[in-house]
Design a protein. Structure first.
Length: 302
């Protein structure tokens, strides 16, 4: 299947330009890697941007300890293939040393705990720019982001005080202790990502394709049954095997799965094109409040 190559090539060119700007303006950049399709796309674009050399900065994964096993296996294979250095920030290690406190109860998740671990890891590595795979179409708070998103000395984001980016001229100047989050694929849509990955024949985790998995429903979201989620008695009784797939990949406690028969990337493209709900509509962490994502981003979240 062939897609609008001119459109995809324009997006590719824009993203590669931003990635190269980061390499030229900052001394110690790092690429944030979650194991999801957007961060896989980012690695692919970075490999293209600097080919035939290797990616000139490390990959950073904040490991909650509650990941899908498929995510970690794929991460390690990709890092080896890219010849990249991988840095892992551990939420479990942060809990053990008292940096963060684990949530309790049925709705407990380690997703919120990633922020403190990310900020500590960035500070320890003295990283002055962190590239992420955020896209403006994902969520209303992310729609407010610029390509170069300034963070103060506490890692916080002020959506009302962002720098203009006229004619794609990026201002990476900062004071000591501050850093930037950079989002090279800001202008891509979920459909763009899938069409590009199909055209480039990029390998993806099996989680994105239809597979059988035990699931249960909570607040209208299907969650994968796992040891990390405390289930209510009625939820325990309602666990059943279904054919599902992931549209986003994150912590198992808040990553919803979708009923789907999409077994190929072409099937996924058709499914996404017809979808009436955004991919983050299945993320339980976004439903804690109307401004959940923006509140987390202000505190230093991805």
């Amino acid at each position: 299947m062939s897609y609008n190559l001119n459109h995809l090539k324009e997006l590719e060119s824009e993203s590669i330009y931003v990635i190269r700007e980061v390499a030229s303006q900052f001394e110690r950049p790092v690429l944030m890697f979650s194991g999801g399709k957007d961060s896989i796309l980012m690695v692919h674009l970075a490999m293209k941007a600097f080919y035939p050399a290797k990616i000139p900065f490390p990959l950073l994964h904040i490991d909650t300890g509650h990941n899908f096993s498929e995510t970690l296996e794929f991460r390690d294979r990709l890092v080896e293939k890219a010849g990249a250095k991988l840095i892992v920030g551990s939420v479990q290690a942060a809990i053990d040393k008292g940096l963060v406190v684990e949530e309790k109860g049925y709705n407990a998740s380690r997703n919120y705990l990633q922020t403190a671990v990310l900020l500590e890891t960035l500070e320890q590595g003295k990283f002055d720019a962190a590239l992420g795979g955020g896209r403006r179409d994902e969520e209303k708070a992310r729609a407010k982001e610029r390509f170069f998103s300034h963070r103060d000395e506490f890692g916080q984001w002020d959506p009302k005080n962002q720098r203009p980016e006229l004619w794609n001229i990026f201002n990476g100047k900062k004071h000591f202790g501050e850093h930037f989050r950079v989002f090279p694929i800001s202008n891509w849509t979920e459909l763009d990502v899938w069409m590009y990955l199909a055209e480039e024949q990029v390998e993806l985790p099996s989680l994105y394709f239809a597979h059988k998995r035990k699931v249960f429903e909570r607040d209208g979201i299907l969650l994968a049954d796992c040891e990390y989620i405390a289930k209510r008695p009625e939820e325990e009784a309602a666990v059943k095997e279904m054919t599902v797939r992931c549209r986003t990949i994150g912590d198992m406690t808040c990553t919803g799965v979708w009923r789907s028969e999409a077994a190929t990337i072409e099937d996924i493209i058709q499914e996404v094109a017809a979808a009436r709900q955004t991919e983050r509509g299945g993320r339980a962490d976004d439903k804690r409040s109307e401004t959940a994502m923006e509140d987390r981003k202000k505190q230093g979240y991805f």
